[in-house]
Design a protein around this ligand. Sequence first.
Ligand SMILES: Nc1ncnc2c1ncn2[C@@H]1O[C@H](COP(=O)(O)OP(=O)(O)O)[C@@H](O)[C@H]1O
Ligand SMILES: Cc1ncc(COP(=O)(O)O)c(N)n1
Length: 265
Amino acid sequence: MKVARALTIAGSDSGGGAGIQADLKTFQMLDVFGMSAITAITAQNTLGVHGIYPVPLEGIGLQIDAVATDLGVDAAKTGMLADAAIIRLVADKVKEHNIEKLVVDPVMVAKGGARLLQEQAQDALIHDLLPVAFMTTPNIPEAEVLTGLSIRSLVDMKEAAKRIGDMGVKYVIVKGGHMQGDAIDIVFDGTSFEQLDSKRFETPHTHGTGCTFSAAIAAELAKGRPIFEAVATAKAFITAAIRESLGIGHGHGPTNHWAYFRSNL
Ligand SMILES: Nc1ncnc2c1ncn2[C@@H]1O[C@H](COP(=O)(O)OP(=O)(O)O)[C@@H](O)[C@H]1O
Ligand SMILES: Cc1ncc(COP(=O)(O)O)c(N)n1
């Protein structure tokens, strides 16, 4: 049996709903062997981020080297990268190990408001990481920071996707989770646009939606699925995970990483 292998380079969420934990659960549910390089440890739950402890650069580099030189990486994703030095290290490692299918989720601020990326690191994201990425999946506030645009409509989302594409990344998905109305994401391949649509669920349990969505894309790319098939599966995965939320914790609860698999039984 040949198994697809995916690596997440991200922060640890002790609460299990976002970060490394969400990514590994998603890989597992999509039949992909999951591996991790932890960039920072967060003490976190559904109420917020209570502490952030970055891993030393050397340790992050060694985790990526260890995995890439032995087990192999069919696709990777990044999540919380904390600061500019970590971003540059990850960009260098992606080049060194020829990781072609890299999905960059440009995590900046947690849903509860805590900064997960230093503000001065935003330039490194644009100049160092996006040019080596295959795909990036900003939410609306992230797309606004990356482009300087104010995004209020699907037309604005498309303009932002184009400008982010010009930064050197092949595919861009501007996610509509933070808009009003249906949850519509715009996919841009450098020339044309596609839409991923779902109805919006009125729920506070959206902790880790972006992590889960980008992990599902990386998993499908690791299996060699065509791009639009991969992103459509990821959309179905996150939609089921939000629809059937678990209702645990006292704040913004996690999504349900079993839901997609169970709905296909
Ligand atoms: N309430 C919701 N109902 C349905 N889909 C949602 C909802 N909130 C977010 N999504 C979807 O979840 C995915 C993650 O989007 P988003 O929440 O914008 O990301 P992030 O976690 O990075 O802020 C997108 O596909 C988005 O459309
Ligand atoms: C370690 C880590 N990585 C990413 C997120 C973003 O997830 P969200 O935007 O849903 O809070 C998070 N809260 N924690």
